[in-house]
Design a protein around this ligand. Sequence first.
Ligand SMILES: [Zn+2]
Length: 112
Amino acid sequence: MSVSQNDNPFYCSCDRCSAVIKEENAPSGPLIRFINAVADTFPDKEISTLAYQFSRKAPAITKPRKNVQVMLCTIELNRSKAIAEDPGSASFVKDIKTGPLSRIIFSCGTTL
Ligand SMILES: [Zn+2]
């Protein structure tokens, strides 16, 4: 089962979500908490989610459940350069090194 953010850079800014975002130090906080609730409802299912744009930075407190697979997307990278050689990819590399262990790299991108 796949549950992901809307495919745009906008996240909810209602009072409840804003409070969670502040607590988690990341806009992915409300999303991961919601996905964890789905995972708790369906403990015998694997729940996958995409992490990109505002959901790329992992929440500070909440960790994905064991049955949640977070796929870190490369859509934001400069596909014409190696990740290690592109300064614009530095934050992506940091997210790979500091994100939850369950993360999977999912290569998706556009060509011009
Ligand atoms: Zn909200």
